[in-house]
Design a protein around this ligand. Sequence first.
Ligand code: ADP
Length: 468
Amino acid sequence: MSKGTKVPGYMQGKGSRNPRGIIGDREIRYKCSLQNTILDVLRGRPGWQEVPGQQSTGQQQANTGKSGSGSTTQGTTSGYKGSDGDWDFYWCDREWLAQNYDTMFLYEHQKILHFRNHYELTRKNLMVKNLKRLKKQTERELGKAEGQSFEFFPTTYELPSEYHIFVEEFKKNPGIIWIMKPAARAQGRGIFLFRRLKDITDWKKGEYQPLSDPNREVPETYVVQRYIENPYLIGGRKFDVRVYVLVVSYNPLKVWLYRSGFARFSNTRFSLDSIEDTYVHLTNVAIQKNAPDYDPDKGCKWSTQQLRKYLSAKHGVEAVKKAFKGIDNIIIKSLQSVQKIIINDKHCFEMYGYDVLFDSDLKPWLIEINASPSLTASGKEDYDLKFGLLNDLLNVLDLENRLTGKEKRVGGWDLLWEDGPILADDGNMECAPNGTTASIPNSFLGCHNERKRQLRELYTAAQSIKKS
Ligand code: ADP
């Protein structure tokens, strides 16, 4: 890999870069694989210019050196003569990155979505494997008590490789419910719940055996996981919470947490009587929108602000603070579990969608982590959330070089971790109980998100710091 290697021609005389590798005084050229909110955001961003050409075919050339100097694709609306690889910012899909990353040249300033081996965290089996490893290491080095801070993912086994260990565990806990999930699928596909071992023997013979699918040479990998039987219910319904997390570097680990997100409710009242009913047990929008009584106008979402307010009114601010602190712990521990494995590259960033489920004691559980959380909006409110989220992500990355680089908050993103925990500045005590004076973490999930006002103030302050 030759990241940062100079390709003659490209970038020369086409604008300047400052020492941080940020573009100074010219348009920013972007590419985008998706046709949803992110494209709207990019198109609406002043000074940003779309690089024309095929998007997301997996066959385009990156800055491979073959395309770097001798531009083949001609002309843009801005008069810039560029090649397919002449972008500054690329919101690519995971497949594109997998196909092109190993042969790409990237210039100092170029930014691209996804880390090369993001699947270490986003495949259900690998996520658990990595978490179990860090938990063990922590117990070894710091003691059993410290290991308890990892008790946020339900007992999980990979199938078929850990089938026998699973059976032993199953026998120790008769009567409990388990959930079976394909390791690499999404949107609730292929998931089912079961209580008896007998329920999976037929499945075991058929579903994931090689012969059931002539194209599959090895059995599909599944995880079997303890089902959380006591989810926190609102109006009798189960929900999970989507939390957005931005990682701009794994070494040092630098993590931002977005204030806004949403809770996704199931459409049907929760009950353990009908464990085969996916509308009761799976909160994925993709599943719920097919429920017979689904109302697309009402949807089944609450904003995280609404959720926090509801929970605070019911249980008090302190209890909710503790519960949300548990989410911070989930985020940091999960990222640390892959910190040494992820191929860190200063050009890469990742916006994760964490799925978290509260149980009836308000304890948060990690269900899964997505590297391509849905950016397609399900309504006006959802669109506004995603539009602000993505615009603020670009504000954090700051290709325009408008910030000082020392910010702890940019729009709705709060800096949660930079090689260690970040504490909130005085005066930024939202969601803290009245009278709090002690230092609190710079974490404001579900707190007020007046992002536009904050950005105005931020840019004014950054400008005067830079001038002086
Ligand atoms: P997918 O990638 O297919 O969305 P998830 O792991 O996110 O798979 O599971 C889908 C849904 O199933 C979750 O949103 C949640 O509502 C429910 N679910 C998954 N695992 C559990 C579990 N261990 N306990 C309770 N509910 C779960």
